[in-house]
Design a protein around this ligand. Sequence first.
Ligand code: SAH
Ligand code: F3S
Length: 464
Amino acid sequence: MNRVYIKTYGCQMNERDSEAVAAMLRARGYRIVGDEGDCDIMLLNTCSVRDAAEQKAIGKAGYVSHRKKKNPDFVLGILGCMAQNRGASLLDQLPDVDLIVGTQKFHQVPDYLDNLRAARDAGVPIGETIIDIAEEAGSQNTIKDHFEPGAGENGEAGEVAPQVNAFVSIQQGCNMDCAFCIVPKTRGDERSRPMDDIVTECRGLAARGVKEVTLLGQIVTSYGRRDYAHTNGISPFVQLLERVHEIDGIERIRFTSPHPRGFKEDLAAAYGRLPKLCEYVHLPMQSGSNRILKAMNRPYSRERYKEIVDSLRAVRPDMYFSTDIIVGFPGETDEEFEQTRELFEACNYDMAYIFKYSIRSGTPAAGMGDQIPDEVKEHRNAVLLDILKRNSERRNAVLLGTVEEVLVEGPDKTGQRFTGRTRGNRVCIFDANPRLIGQLVPLKIERASVSTLYGELVLQGVER
Ligand code: SAH
Ligand code: F3S
């Protein structure tokens, strides 16, 4: 009666939080299972960034709660951003949920489940829903170092899956107050983890064979701005990159999400002198119209944005770029969208996340007049996706016949072949020997679809 299935919605931060909860539960003797039909406890780690994400989780929870009719001991929990955003009001739609735990209380989940279990073992029916969405001082330090050696992806006992890449949380929350964004509400104030703790975690990961770390936060470029001074014009975030760069064994460093305003000279220069820093930047543009950027409370212009892209390309001509765009922000005219389209084209993105504006109640944009009809959003979305597809095909065509460094991550979805990523974050599929998992290998690119590269390892004297 201790089998837990965790379903994660949304961003990498959520994935990482789910991994942390899983590790804490394993340490308490729970089993994390990969089959949702085969669990006693289901935890949904939710996303609130767009309405569709919330509706998806609510739909799932509604459907799953029917299981309680057959099995009154079945436990259903809602964790993370939607729990934080909606709190007890979730019970209006989902009266059967047992647990609602917000973004600063993940570390309490094992205790709450223990309590539910104890009550059940004592024959007491599961009573009122446990709701904990309070703030917690120092919560940026409560979840960390969650990987246990030898614990497999889905935690089956005895399974040994070498860990190749890891997310490392460096900061939580955001104080930017972009007019459309619910994150400052769901994730709270910006808080940074101490630099020494992060470096220690990365060293530990390297010692366990991890080759690639992704530093995570809502606005990583602001890392440590209240806690550490600039030294010789170098921001605390770049200081952190330098320190992670020094760690033997870490071969690749990525980070997400940054804010354009964090791309000062020190960060651009870091790409020139820190070779482990992958030449892939996710640089959220949101809009290419200065009027809309202002209405969004995004403190940069289209001109400044393009300047950042150019400065990074000057340091690393082979830089890969991705971005976030919102189409149909309140009041966005055809001309303003055209400016977004133009800048989008000019930046030549390799990857992009294009979102149709979604009203988030409680945010400033929700109250703005002139909401844009869905068909218009749909059309603008399609225009950008089409450009993206062409960019991606063009980039892939250039890669054909070249040899790329690939970090072998493990079997692909079919289980027949292997998957890994290039430094530019392109997914590759190839044949390999399982012994190569966790290794950086040269791959000759032979074929490409829009999103995936296919190739053959070029290993001399090494068994493939
Ligand atoms: N800094 C955060 C941003 C979180 S939101 C991070 O870790 O990625 C991710 C993206 O969702 C934003 O960059 C924005 O493009 C999009 N987004 C946020 N709020 C939105 C809304 N109300 N409607 C549509 N897209 C939104
Ligand atoms: Fe959201 Fe803007 Fe922060 S997009 S996470 S408020 S930088």
